[in-house]
Design a protein around this ligand. Structure first.
Ligand code: HEM
Length: 443
């Protein structure tokens, strides 16, 4: 696609422009001419499978998009090569369905406590920025999963804003990716200060956990036990890097995913009504606990369909190391490949009525047969997200907890524009007013 046809729409609405280009090409490879940068947009499920799984070693997570991640999270599970492999080996067993289930009760209690505080919003009839509120809630949950009771309230409160600054202050480096490290750029100082705060909070906790790992099921203790035989400062650094990575990969994605839910429910009252009914039957007026989860089946379909239309991990860039063929398109070594579930999950070739929100597609009794890589909100291959079980436990606890107390009213412009940050959030603010459910805990 020539520069003159792509640049303006890409600046206005990059996510939908990429989806439109892939649709025009019917899922074939598209090369974008962006001046000196000419990435390939890869959307056909066969090609996605080839890059993420079949030939994954030839398509590492390298290049300009990954540099900022490394500056913040070091050589962690979010990188590639032996460092990634060693982190993955240690972290994956900590996020299995069984392990995550052991966190459920504690998580349900944290959520219940936080949602009780939301009752004040309902009493005041206030419109709240739901993305901000969910981010605060999810951050508290994640901090508890990572650090258990080893972190003080004051330190936990310092971590969230420092991370938010660190994760957004390198935009100028993303826009001018060829600027050398030594060249000062806007945001650099804020980034460095934020990283200092993160390290100031996390490193003492890591040192303490290494001195006395205990037998707790929080992640910092588990990492300290797993790296007990490794050398002091290097192991400290690795544990810090993985904690920061998990905090980033799990917090924002979950909060942003759940932000898209409320406008979807508002625009589809028949889906909302069925969901309210399910929550009423399964949870009733009581607090939500882990025992409710297996029976919240419609809620699960709603999440699956929400993640089809609005996958927070919307872009997985890869670099081709060797020459390669995708379909009949030759790819030169060093090329950037753009892979996006948002784009593939809306292709007409693989989805009937792709722009329509229809949770029935994922109904347990109507499992549609489809290509494994026509739907990949959690990625695929060796880098498959390790947080899926956590998400499918945490998100229903949060949403069922909200719906057992409140009926959220929504105020937001339409259509919402997907904004391509680290996670794909709506560019516009989504506001929610919580109305208490008659006779519910929030009333
Ligand atoms: C809606 C929620 C989430 C979405 C949409 C999501 C999406 C993704 C995607 C697309 C990838 C693949 C990245 C790539 O191939 O380059 C990924 C990887 C990862 N996710 Fe998630 N994620 C979510 C929640 C979580 C949670 C709760 C955790 C907490 C443990 C988590 C931890 C990770 C980690 C550590 C990786 C890197 C795995 C590796 O490279 O080996 N994610 N996630």
């Amino acid at each position: 696609m020539p520069l003159r046809r792509t640049v303006r729409p890409l600046l206005r609405d990059p996510v939908n422009t990429l989806a439109g280009l892939a649709r025009q090409a019917r899922g074939e490879v598209v090369r974008l001419n962006l001046g000196p940068f000419r990435p390939y947009l890869v959307s056909h499920p066969d090609h996605v499978q080839h890059v993420l799984r079949g030939d994954w070693e030839n398509h590492p997570r390298e290049g300009v998009f990954w540099k900022p991640v490394e500056r913040l999270a070091g050589r962690s599970i979010l990188t590639e090569g032996p460092d990634w492999e060693s982190s993955r080996r240690i972290l994956q067993p900590l996020f299995t369905a069984r392990y995550v289930a052991s966190l459920a009760q504690d998580m349900a209690e944290t959520i219940d406590k936080e949602l009780t505080a939301w009752e004040a919003y309902a009493r005041e009839g206030r419109w709240i920025d739901i993305c901000e509120e969910l981010a605060r809630l999810v951050s508290r949950i994640v901090i508890r999963v990572l650090f258990g009771d080893k972190i003080s309230v004051a330190d936990a409160e310092r971590l969230a804003p420092a991370y938010a600054i660190a994760a957004t202050s390198f935009t100028s480096r993303l826009l001018v990716p060829f600027a050398p490290e030594w060249f000062p750029m806007p945001g650099d100082r804020a980034f460095r200060r934020a990283v200092e705060v993160i390290d100031d909070v996390v490193l003492p906790l890591v040192r303490q956990a290494r001195r006395d790992p205990g037998d707790g099921n929080d992640i910092i203790s588990a990492l300290a036990r797993a790296r007990a035989d490794e050398d002091g400062p290097a192991a400290e650094r690795r544990i810090r890097d993985d904690l920061v990575s998990i905090y980033g990969a799990s917090g924002e994605t979950t909060a942003v995913a759940l932000t898209w839910l409320w406008p979807l429910l508002h625009d589809h009252p028949e889906v909302a009504a069925r969901l309210y009914e399910e929550v009423e039957i399964v949870v009733g007026r009581g607090p939500v606990d882990a025992s409710c989860l297996p029976r919240l089946t419609y809620l699960k379909s709603v999440f699956q369909e929400m993640l089809r239309l609005y996958p927070p991990g919307w872009m997985m860039p890869r670099m081709a190391l060797r020459a390669n063929l995708l379909g009949d398109v030759p790819i030169e070594p060093g090329s950037t490949l753009l892979i996006s579930p948002y784009v593939t999950q809306r292709l007409e070739e693989f989805w009937d009525r792709p722009d329509e929100f229809d949770p029935e597609r994922f109904a347990v009794d109507r499992r549609e047969r489809r290509h494994r890589y026509a739907y990949f909100p959690f990625g695929g291959g060796p880098h498959l997200c390790i947080g899926q079980h956590l998400f499918y436990m945490e998100a229903p606890l949060i949403v069922a907890g909200i719906l057992a107390r409140f009926r959220p009213q929504v105020r937001a412009p339409r259509p919402l524009t997907p904004f391509p940050g680290a996670s794909m959030r709506p560019r516009e603010t989504v506001e929610v007013r919580l109305e208490p459910v008659a006779g519910g805990a929030g009333a």
